[in-house]
Design a protein around this ligand. Structure first.
Ligand SMILES: Cc1ncc(C[n+]2csc(CCOP(=O)(O)OP(=O)(O)O)c2C)c(N)n1
Length: 637
């Protein structure tokens, strides 16, 4: 079905068109923009509540600032659908997140309005500051730089690092804090409480508006007058907020809180702020999911609800009877079972209680499970601290976000050989979130670290057994990596069994060719080898289970009895399991013919997982073709 945007919105092919409209038209533009997002996301999927929450902000920003000359930087970028629509991608928006369509996040190669590529959080302040300092250096004094960052993203260390630097740079930077009290789940931490204090301080908010209008008048009389007013204003803020303002103590001028849904007021405030030099922060209070009642009410569910009926508000989840569970749920339920038996087990997530399913443990054992905010580095070092005291932290992090905490894994965990269990969710290609979110690199970047055990289960039962194994005795750092989505086993809740560390398993005997797989992608190999067997091609299949330590005994056996090998992994080829096998062969003087299947050396964009496996050459078709061509090839060694 084709969705027709509203009358005003359909005329907006760029922010220039928007700026031609009267200020009084902006409310209607917002209404149409919101409706268009609802129309398309309901049939396409994608992030929802966050974009609805910034419709007014997006419109006001492009109306007031001279984008793309002025640089507008979105944090995370999951809220930038309105921005995409206004900046020339109205017609392309129905292809959002689809294979070969536009990306669900801002992307520099997609539009000159996308000033900085995103997907991971908390980069906006540093990036916008870099742009601001560059403009100062190039003498582009009139250029504005705006970072829009959520209260969730503000909890990360990186955001603080950006503020800390910006406070001494005196460059032209406006940080807009989009405060909706939500991350994906409710936001957490002391900063969140501080922001709530400001927002709810009646006395402060009453005086603030008067000071603001005074400032507006006096700023026209030059810098001295402005400095006097600023001092008065600071004193009022300090007195009324009972403490010095956090942002002002970092040399930012703090403005707000203001209603982030009043587009005309936003236009006025942003226009005023344009004339105030130096680093400033505007605190906007918004409602995640604004304008779609269900999304306002159940904000976590509607962060990225999948497809839904926009009229009834029903989320169209196709749950088939007897469907195998999601890996994340197997983790979330199994950790409770284990923790009930072992009081040393703790659960940690950096801002993904729902996404990781640690929320079940947080509900049941609130003293033993922590959401630490969008703070992967802290999550890892906090886990390391727990481990020094003899506890066994299960630190659950999406594979792609662990990239943030690489040094913490090495310096804080591995060197000290601490017993931290890393449950890496979303390992491998994740689909529509695209290049920023694929868990492509973990096996490679972890494999080179001494002391670490790295495993990936073939199915849900193996995931449980690996979790059980990891908490048994002092194992040191133990990584269990599993993918997004559902597994393959309906009766997954089997009694726990210990798995021998560094031992693979034979799935199937066969001659001449062996396929070695790691992780659930091995199920594709199981299907393919069975199919080929019925056509008379007999292939051995081994599930390596551990990429570190490698099962060398098994590899010796395989290399002695086969001439050709296929390795299969849902991870990047460079440095992955196939590379580990080649290293083993080289170290031990084996010279089999090897074909490696996995993610090639490029960034893979968005699409369905199926489409992307095909593109990368390891869907079941590609596995079959690889095997057949290897069977038919002459050995040229
Ligand atoms: C480094 C990193 N960790 C986790 C995430 C997953 N994530 C995406 S959006 C989001 C919540 C962001 O909250 P906030 O900045 O307040 O924006 P809102 O969705 O509330 O508008 C999280 C945790 C991420 N994108 N990047």
């Amino acid at each position: 079905m084709k969705y027709i945007p509203g009358k005003l919105l359909s005329k907006v092919n760029s922010p220039k068109d928007l700026r031609q409209l009267k200020e009084t038209d902006l409310k209607q533009v917002c209404k149409e923009l919101r409706q268009y997002i609802i129309d398309i996301v309901s049939v396409n999927g994608g992030h929802f509540g966050a974009s609805l929450g910034v419709v007014e902000l997006t419109t006001a920003l492009h109306y007031v600032f001279n984008t793309p000359y002025d640089q507008l930087v979105w944090d995370v970028g999951h809220q930038a659908y309105g921005h995409k629509i206004i900046t020339g991608r109205l017609d392309a928006f129905p292809t959002n997140r689809k294979y070969k369509g536009i990306s669900g996040f801002p992307k520099r190669t997609e539009s000159e309005y996308d000033t900085f590529g995103v997907g991971h959080s908390s980069t906006s302040i540093s990036a916008a500051l870099g742009m601001a300092v560059a403009s100062k250096y190039k003498n582009e004094q009139d250029k504005q730089h705006i970072a829009v960052i959520g209260d969730g993203a503000m909890t990360a260390g990186l955001a603080f690092e950006g503020l800390n630097h910006a406070g001494v740079e005196n460059s032209n930077l406006l940080v807009i804090l989009n405060d909706n009290c939500m991350s994906i789940d409710p936001n957490v931490g002391a900063l969140k409480e501080y922001l709530t204090d400001i927002t709810t301080s009646r006395a402060y908010n009453r005086v603030k508006d008067e000071v603001w209008s005074l400032l507006g008048k006096i700023s026209k009389f030059g810098p001295n007058a402005q400095a006097v007013v600023q001092k008065v204003e600071n004193a009022i803020k300090s007195a009324l907020l009972k403490q010095s303002n956090y942002f002002e103590s970092l040399n930012f001028r703090y403005f707000g809180p203001i209603d982030g849904h009043d587009v005309n007021h936003l236009v006025k405030i942003l226009s005023d702020l344009k004339d105030i030099p130096g680093p400033k922060l505007l605190h906007c209070v918004t409602i995640k999911g604004k304008g779609y009642p269900n999304a306002e009410r159940e904000q976590t569910k509607w962060h990225a609800p999948g497809l839904f009926d926009k009229d009834s508000g029903e989320i169209l989840k196709i749950i088939k009877e007897g469907q195998p569970p999601k890996y994340q749920d197997v983790f979330g339920k199994s950790i409770i079972e284990l923790a009930e038996k072992n009081d040393k087990i703790m659960g940690i997530t950096p801002a993904m209680p729902s996404g990781s399913s640690l929320k079940y443990m947080m509900e049941k054992m609130p003293k033993r499970a922590f959401d630490v905010g969008i703070a992967e580095q802290h999550a890892v070092t906090f886990s390391a601290g727990l481990a020094t005291q003899g506890l066994i932290p299960f630190c659950n992090i999406y594979s792609t976000f662990l990239q943030r905490a690489y040094d913490q894994v090495i310096h804080d965990v591995a060197i000290q050989n601490l017993n931290v269990v890393f449950c890496l969710d979303r390992g491998g290609l994740v689909g529509a979130d695209g290049a920023t979110h694929h868990g492509a690199f973990d096996l490679s970047y972890l494999r080179c670290i001494p002391n670490i055990i790295i495993a990936s289960p073939l199915n849900e039962i193996e995931l449980r057994n690996l979790m059980y194994t990891a908490q048994q005795k002092n194992m040191g750092p133990f990584v269990i990596r599993y993918p997004r989505g559902n597994g393959t086993t309906v009766n997954w809740r089997q009694p726990f069994k210990s798995i021998s560390v560094g031992k693979g398993q034979k799935i199937k005997d066969g001659d001449e060719i062996a396929i070695l797989s790691i992780g659930p992608i091995g199920n594709e190999a199981i299907k393919t080898t069975l199919e080929l067997e019925s056509s008379g091609i007999n292939i051995a299949h081994y599930d390596m289970r551990f990429i570190k330590p490698l099962d060398e005994e098994l590899l010796h056996k395989i290399c002695k009895t086969h001439k050709k090998l296929v390795t299969l992994e849902d991870g990047c080829l460079h440095g992955g399991m196939g590379s580990a096998v080649l290293e083993f062969m080289s170290d031990n003087g084996y010279s089999l013919q090897v074909k490696r299947l996995g993610i090639p050396d490029k960034f893979i964009e968005h699409g369905s997982q199926k489409e992307l496996y095909k593109e990368c050459g390891y869907d079941s078709n590609a596995i079959r073709e690889t095997i057949i061509s290897l069977v038919n090839s002459k050995i040229s060694i």
